[in-house]
Structures are given as structure tokens and as C-alpha cells.
Design a binder for this molecule. Sequence first.
Ligand code: PBG
Length: 322
Amino acid sequence: MIIRPRRLRQTPEIRRLVRETKLDVDDFIYPIFLVDGEDQKQPVESMPGVYRFSLDRLPEELDRVKEAGVLGVLYFSVPDHKDAYASEAYSDTGTLQKAIRLTREQYPELIVVADVCLCEYTDHGHCGIVHGHDIDNDETLVYLAKMAVSCAKAGVHIVAPSDMMDGRVYAIREALDENNFENVIIMSYSTKFASSFYGPFREAADSAPCFGDRRSYQMDPANQREAIYESVLDIEEGADIIMVKPIMTYLDVLAGVKEVSPIPVAAYNVSGEYAMIKAAAAQGWIDEEAVMMETLLSIKRAGADLIITYFALDAARCLKES
Ligand code: PBG
């Protein structure tokens, strides 16, 4: 007798009936870049379809998010003023804080997430406070905590520390709790690799380090066991959601982290991954929509409970049409 798995592939309906993984609009969070000034909608060259918005133009993008039915946005702010102590990061009148307030007031149904990291705000582009050519881990924690509290004051639902300093989740949790923000969620970039796939983001966020690289704090792409260790540590420090980033070349890491995690695991489909698909599609070499949906599906199949992706609105539209 021939064993016939093809029996279950005969019609679209049968295939749907036995499908193991389904993408859903509720899976997505959409990243948005903010800039100072007025009337700005600046295209990011290496990320077609992605823009940097000034506050007055932000509602047009938030209308699109709402229309798509996507649940949440992740904010990155790119301030004009940068300095050694990243002062714009924790200014209560910073563009990030204003955007959080605006969103909470005008789009009460949206979940607001803020990326908490100093690299967009420091004049040297590193994710921490620098002395000479060294990143001071413990001093950085003080400023990350200040930034998280200032986002909380503005009304953020989730803070997402992406700096990869040791002890930041605990430091942020403690500072939030001391300021009566015990309900603010921490989604930690627990397992963030020192990756070349962040290139287009650094153009968008103007955050490339002016000396050295990020390998003394972001993880070595070679390490799977360390990925588990970093995830477990962040859970112990009080993270509510952990994350693996980038994702397309780290699906094995995601699957491993998912196996040990009692809390939700997010996946960040990063800028370089988006740019590659967009570039190949622009050449007519791949079918953009099909490749996008296959990519997102594979991320979910590997174990992601939520997916941060620049494709969120396009994918939501595809799901609606299907
Ligand atoms: C900030 C940060 C980065 C990304 C998210 N938060 C860049 C970096 O670490 O250099 C990358 C996101 C992307 O590439 O889409 N530290």
C-alpha cells in the first residue's frame, strides 16, 4: 500500500481544514519612525513604503493602522538634538513622548509600544553611555530607566528595551514600579544579535555608531545556548514578553527560545529583511505579496506569538482579502 499524504492536499478547502498555522491580523505590531519639525513625511530610501513622520503628519499613518485593523505600533524617534547623555530620550516634551500622548488621546484602541534605547539620541550612536571607547553598562541603566519612566508618564502601554545592557529589565521594572507604573508591560529585546540586517534601520534612525560596532553588547550570531540564557535571564528579571531579532536567519533560535519560555515570544522581522524582499520584488524577481506572506507564516510556524514587521499593514490587507 502506498501511504498518501497528498489526500489531504486535494482541494483548497481540505488544505484549509488541516492547516497547522494561520496568520492573523492580531499577530502584528507596526514600527513607525518619528522626526522633529512640521509637515514631514520623509521616505526612507532603503525601505520603500516606510517614512519618518513629524507629529502633525502622524495621524495619517495612524489612520492607516486603524483601517488595517493592526493592534499596535512601535515608536522610534529620531531627534535633531543628540548628545552624550541622550537627553531627548527622557525629555517629557520629546517627540517620542508627545507621539505617545497623541496616540493615547486620539487612537484609544491602539496599543502603544516605545523602543527604549539610547542610540537614536546619543551623538556617538552607541546604545549606552560611553567613556572613551567603552560602554558603561551600569550607568546606562540609569538613563534607560529614566526613558522608560518618561514614556510611562506619557501613557505608553509597553516599553521595549533594545539596548542589550545587562540588568536593564530589572532596572526598568524597579523604576517603573517605584513611580507607580506597575502595569506598564516590558517587552524585552532579550535575544538581539549583532546583525548586518539592521543596515536600513540605521539609515532611517540615523543611529549608526561613529566608532566600533555593537558586538560588545549585542549577541554573537553563532550562539544558540547563549540565546536561551539571555531569554531566561530577562524572564527572571521581570520581562513580560521576550523577543528574538532578527528573525529570517534565526528561526532555529526562535524555536529554541519558544520551547523554554513560559511567556509570549515576539519576533522582529527587521529592516534588512524587509529591504531584501522589497528590492527583489521591485526587480520583478519575486512575487512580493507571496514572499511576504510566506515569510510571516514561517515566523509564526517557528513559534512567534507576535511579529513586529514593516509589512504589518500590507499583510493585514492580504489577510482581509483572502
Ligand atoms: C535600537 C534598535 C535597532 C533596531 C531596533 N532597535 C538598531 C540597532 O540595534 O542597531 C533594528 C530594527 C531594524 O533593523 O528593523 N537599538
